[in-house]
Design a protein. Structure first.
Length: 445
C-alpha cells in the first residue's frame, strides 16, 4: 500500500513530474505569506505602520498547510485561515498590521502572480536553451535536403535546417510574448475601492499633522494653507499600493484588477503559445522518428514494458501531451474572466486558480523536456536521403510542371507510374532535389 498520503505525486503527470515544484502547494503557500509580508512592509515604508516592525517576521510563523486547506472550504479561499494562523504566531506589535486594509483576493491574486513570475522565469530560461540549441542544429543541417510533407504525403524538397528554423522561430516568438507580460500586484481592498486603507491613512495623516502642528506651534491660518487632506490621502494610498508592488517584486497598476482579469488571461495566452510552439517541434520529431522514417532521433529513447526493441520518443510524447491539454486550460481562464461578475466573482475567480497552476505546470514540464530534446536531437542523414528518394524523383514533379508545362509533366508522371525511368524522360538536371529548395537556405540563419 502507498505510504505517502499526498494527493498528487505526479504518478500520472510524467510530462511535469520533477519539474513543477515552482507551482506546488508549498510554493503557493510561501507566496501567500510573501503577499502578507508585502502589506506590512508597504505600510512601514510609507510611514503608516511603526518603523520598528517588519513583515519579514511572518516568514518565521509556523503554518499548518493541511489545516489551511481544510479551513479554506468555509470561506472559499485559504487566505482567511492563513491570516488567522499568522496573527496567532505574530508578536503583539506586528499583529494589528497583518492584512491591514487588504482583502483575501488581494493576497491570493498577488501570490499567484508571484508564483507565475518565478515559473515564467524558469520557462523562459528553458525556452532560451531550446532557441540556442535549435539555432545550432539548424545551421549544422542547413543543407541537408529532406522530403517535405503536406497532408502526410511527400510534397517538395525542403531541408532539415529550415524545419528546425521554424521550430526556433516559434520558441523565439514565445520568449517575446513572455517578456512582454506585465505581472501586477493586487491591492484593492474589500471591493476594489481601498476604502479601509483610506480611513487608515486619513487617521495617520491627521495624527501626524496634529503632532507637527503642536510641535512647531503653527496656527490655524498656516494649517489652512496646506493641501486638502483628501489629496494627501489619495497620494499616500497610491504610494502604499506602489510600495506594496515593489515589496513583492511585481508590477504596479494604477487601479485594482479584481474583475478585470487581463493579467491572468494574457499570462495564460503567452504560456499556451509557448507550449504550442514546443508541441509543434515535438510533433515533427515524433513523426520523423517513426521506425519506417527514422530521420530524427531523441538523445535517448524511452523503453517499453513489453517490447525491448523499441526506442520511444518519450520527450516528444510528453511535450505533445502538454500541448494537447494547454488550450483548454487557457480557455478556462478566458471563460472565468468573461464571467467575473460584480466586484468579486462567485466561482469564476475560484476556477482560475487550478487552471492557471496546471497551465504553468505543463509549461514548466514541456519547456524542460524540450530543452533536453533540442540539445540532443540527432539526424540520420542516410535515412533522410533514403526517404527523399522514395518516390524515384517525383518529389520534384512541381518543378517539372513549371518547366515542362502541366500537360507534359502529367504525361511523365503517368509514364513513371507505368514503370518508365524518370531520368530517361527529362533532363536529369531537373531531378536534383538539392537544386529545388527555394529560399530554404536563406531562411535558415
Amino acid at each position: 500500500m502507498p505510504t505517502d498520503a499526498s494527493f498528487d505525486l505526479g504518478l500520472i503527470s510524467p510530462a511535469t513530474a520533477g519539474r513543477d515544484q515552482a507551482v506546488a502547494d508549498d510554493a503557493i503557500l510561501r507566496a501567500l505569506v510573501e503577499a502578507e509580508v508585502g502589506i506590512v512592509d508597504a505600510l512601514v515604508a510609507e510611514g503608516v505602520a511603526p518603523a520598528g516592525i517588519s513583515g519579514a517576521a511572518l516568514r518565521d510563523v509556523a503554518l499548518d498547510a493541511r489545516a489551511l486547506a481544510r479551513e479554506a472550504v468555509a470561506g472559499g479561499n485559504p487566505v482567511i485561515p492563513l491570516v488567522a494562523q499568522l496573527r496567532v504566531g505574530a508578536s503583539d506589535d506586528l499583529m494589528p498590521w497583518i492584512h491591514r486594509g487588504a482583502t483575501s483576493q488581494d493576497i491570493l491574486d498577488t501570490a499567484l502572480m508571484i508564483v507565475a513570475k518565478d515559473a515564467v522565469g524558469r520557462i523562459r530560461a528553458d525556452l532560451s536553451r531550446v532557441e540556442r540549441a535549435l539555432e545550432a542544429f539548424a545551421a549544422e543541417n542547413a543543407d541537408v535536403v529532406a522530403a517535405g510533407r503536406t497532408l502526410t504525403q511527400h510534397a517538395v524538397p525542403t531541408t532539415i535546417g529550415l524545419r528546425a528554423s521554424g521550430w526556433r522561430r516559434g520558441a523565439t516568438r514565445a520568449i517575446a510574448q513572455l517578456d512582454a507580460l506585465e505581472l501586477p500586484a493586487q491591492f484593492g481592498g474589500a471591493a476594489g475601492t481601498m476604502a479601509a486603507m483610506v480611513e487608515i491613512v486619513r487617521a495617520s495623516v491627521s495624527t501626524q499633522r496634529s503632532q507637527n502642528g503642536a510641535a512647531e506651534g503653527r496656527h490655524a491660518a498656516q494649517a489652512a494653507e496646506r493641501p486638502p487632506i483628501d489629496c494627501v490621502v489619495l497620494e499616500k494610498v497610491q504610494a502604499i499600493r506602489a510600495a506594496y508592488a515593489d515589496a513583492v517584486g511585481l508590477a504596479h497598476l494604477d487601479a485594482p484588477w479584481h474583475t478585470q482579469r487581463f493579467p491572468v488571461t494574457e499570462l495564460g495566452d503567452a504560456v499556451t503559445q509557448a507550449i504550442d510552439a514546443l508541441g509543434k517541434m515535438a510533433t515533427d520529431v515524433a513523426t520523423a522518428s517513426r521506425t519506417e522514417i527514422g530521420e530524427l532521433a531523441e538523445p535517448t529513447g524511452g523503453g517499453s514494458s513489453a517490447m525491448p526493441q523499441k526506442q520511444n520518443p518519450a520527450r516528444s510524447v510528453l511535450i505533445r501531451s502538454a500541448a494537447l491539454r494547454a488550450p483548454q486550460l487557457g480557455a478556462t481562464l478566458h471563460l472565468a474572466s468573461a464571467l467575473a461578475a460584480d466586484e468579486r466573482p462567485d466561482g469564476a475567480w475560484h476556477a482560475e486558480w487550478p487552471a492557471l497552476r496546471e497551465l504553468l505546470r505543463l509549461a514548466l514540464g514541456a519547456a524542460s523536456h524540450a530543452a533536453d530534446l533540442a540539445e540532443g536531437l540527432r539526424v540520420d542523414r542516410d535515412a533522410v536521403a533514403r526517404t527523399l528518394a522514395a518516390t524515384d524523383g517525383l518529389i520534384v514533379s512541381e518543378r517539372l510542371s513549371a518547366v515542362l508545362g502541366k500537360d507534359r509533366a502529367a504525361e511523365v508522371v503517368a509514364q513513371v507510374a507505368a514503370g518508365a525511368d524518370l531520368a530517361t524522360l527529362v533532363d536529369p538536371a531537373l531531378l536534383d532535389p538539392s537544386d529545388y529548395t527555394g529560399l530554404a537556405r536563406a531562411w535558415t540563419p
